[in-house]
Design a protein. Structure first.
Length: 186
């Protein structure tokens, strides 16, 4: 005798769809934040890699004489790129993970990025920045750094808007970026 095949009822299908919807609502925001955090860490790594090469250049040459770089888009033929590649860094990243060009400043042009409160940058200073996810100078930017408040540019990543803030390093030290938190040993 033939058995009658029975499918799923409408209520069973609705329950499965509701469960999948609830899981998606919980997981998608966390996945999006993880993607942005990975991009932020990648940009920070690139900035530090280039900063290390720039420090090596300064160690050998003393200053940025002949290397004028004022936040112009880095290209293979820009003065900064030709100064540090291929001897100090083999491949230099031109764009951050959000596909926006890194900003690089050398010597006196560092004053266009950082507020020195009456002082000026010296001939061996350099800075590198990424404007973050929104590709524009963020609420917390490199301009938030001052000598009087060296932690003024550090911020806590608390929501997706935090990835719009700038990432900037001056002479190889972070002046604008996410604040690290340490777990207390108790």
């Amino acid at each position: 005798m033939l058995k009658k095949m029975r499918g799923f009822t409408l209520i069973e299908l609705l329950i499965v769809v509701a469960i999948i919807g609830i899981l998606a609502a919980l997981l998608i925001p966390n996945a999006l934040e993880a993607i942005q955090k990975a991009k932020q860490k990648s940009a920070m790594k690139s900035i530090m890699t280039v900063s290390t090469a720039a420090v090596d250049y300064i160690t050998d040459h003393g200053d940025w004489t002949g290397v004028v770089q004022n936040a112009t888009t880095l290209t293979a033929s820009s003065a900064f790129t030709t100064a540090i590649t291929p001897f100090y860094i083999k491949i230099i990243p031109f764009n951050d993970p959000w596909n926006s060009p890194y900003k690089v400043y050398t010597a006196d042009s560092v004053n266009n990025l950082i507020s020195f409160a009456g002082a000026t940058a010296s001939s061996d200073d350099f800075a590198m920045a990424s404007w973050g996810r929104d590709k524009a100078s963020g609420t917390i930017s490199a301009a938030s750094y001052t000598i009087a408040d060296p932690e003024g540019g550090l911020y806590v990543v608390s929501n997706m808007a935090s990835f719009d803030n700038d990432l900037a390093a001056w002479n190889g030290s972070w002046i604008c970026g996410p604040r690290t938190t340490f777990a207390s040993a108790s």
